[in-house]
Design a protein around this ligand. Sequence first.
Ligand SMILES: NC(=O)c1ccc[n+]([C@@H]2O[C@H](COP(=O)([O-])OP(=O)(O)OC[C@H]3O[C@@H](n4cnc5c(N)ncnc54)[C@H](OP(=O)(O)O)[C@@H]3O)[C@@H](O)[C@H]2O)c1
Length: 344
Amino acid sequence: MSAGARTALRGARVSMTGSGEPEERLVTGREAVPRAGRGKVVVRVEAAGVSFAEVQMLQHLHPFPPRFPFVPGYDLVGRITEVGEGVTGWRAGDRVAAMPRYGAWQEYVQTPARHLAPVPEGLDAAEAVALVTNGVSACQMLDRLPLKAGDTVLVHGASGGVGTLLTQLAVHRGLRVIGTASPAKHAAVRELGAEPLDYRGGGLPSAVRRLAPGGVQAVFDHIGGRGLDDGWAMLARGGTLVSFDSSVAGFRPGQWFRPHVPALLRTGRRFAARLLGLTGGRRMTMYYVKPGPAFDAALSLLYGLLAEGVLTPRIAGRHPLEEAAAALRALLEGRSVGKHVLIP
Ligand SMILES: NC(=O)c1ccc[n+]([C@@H]2O[C@H](COP(=O)([O-])OP(=O)(O)OC[C@H]3O[C@@H](n4cnc5c(N)ncnc54)[C@H](OP(=O)(O)O)[C@@H]3O)[C@@H](O)[C@H]2O)c1
């Protein structure tokens, strides 16, 4: 293709223009396809994930939010169309995954080559992208704990993008899973192999105690706030509370750091108490997914499990870019089981 024709090529993209409602703040347009800069590649996106991070970005409540306007989209699967100067190990045509944190909701993305991971041919693009951020997070959170078959764990939001995968992986490892979800999604949570509980209504700690009188070996919490104290109280001796977000409601747009303060304070306090031997061997950790060799290794393992049929990512919906607002609205209103995916 000549340079002129290449410059004239335009690709569709979704921009988030500010805080507010998805229908008002997500705008679809077309822009010139980027050229691959030094150390970067251009990827033609096959599938991009819709995640709770975009809900938080829309409310300006995501940690370290990008400035408006920007192209959202935490993760993607696609095919390299152009390789920039200095890039080694990748060629045009290679199928790749990336987690740029924003920028994936467009046809063509320029992204650093050092953060790419290979995607096997033959995998469904939507299922493959569901495993990028959500799958790697689920896998790494489980891997970092000293759990053994027969242990009981509590997965909050077992119906969500992360929760459905965390539940499947835990069940595959022989763990007993108690999964919280709203009642309409209990059948779906049961199908995944977990015992569903409603997180609403305040009776969760005693409901968990009834199912696991000695406590649970791990609690995976993405809500934060005071619920972390309930999670801590549910732990058996030697158990771990993993805080992987603070999506607790009640904050105004722009207060992006405040939801995380209670989790940080509790983690620090409990770390000190553990050093003093005051926690009965219980501990609290925080998890945040990041690219790198460990990420690539986890993703490769997950793609193996997907190919073997061990993992079945739940795809809540496949949408063209123009339906990004509808996908985000479904997430915002808690109407989905699993992951929404945009297919540019
Ligand atoms: N730390 C990291 O590296 C990392 C990585 C990936 C994701 N995350 C975070 O993980 C969270 C989940 O992400 P996602 O993409 O899976 O979101 P999602 O698909 O929207 O799922 C969220 C789930 O949370 C449940 N939920 C809502 N309120 C709840 C409450 N008070 N208690 C327990 N569960 C509740 C919902 O259940 P119902 O719909 O049944 O009400 C839903 O299944 C988000 O906060 C995201 O930012 C963190």
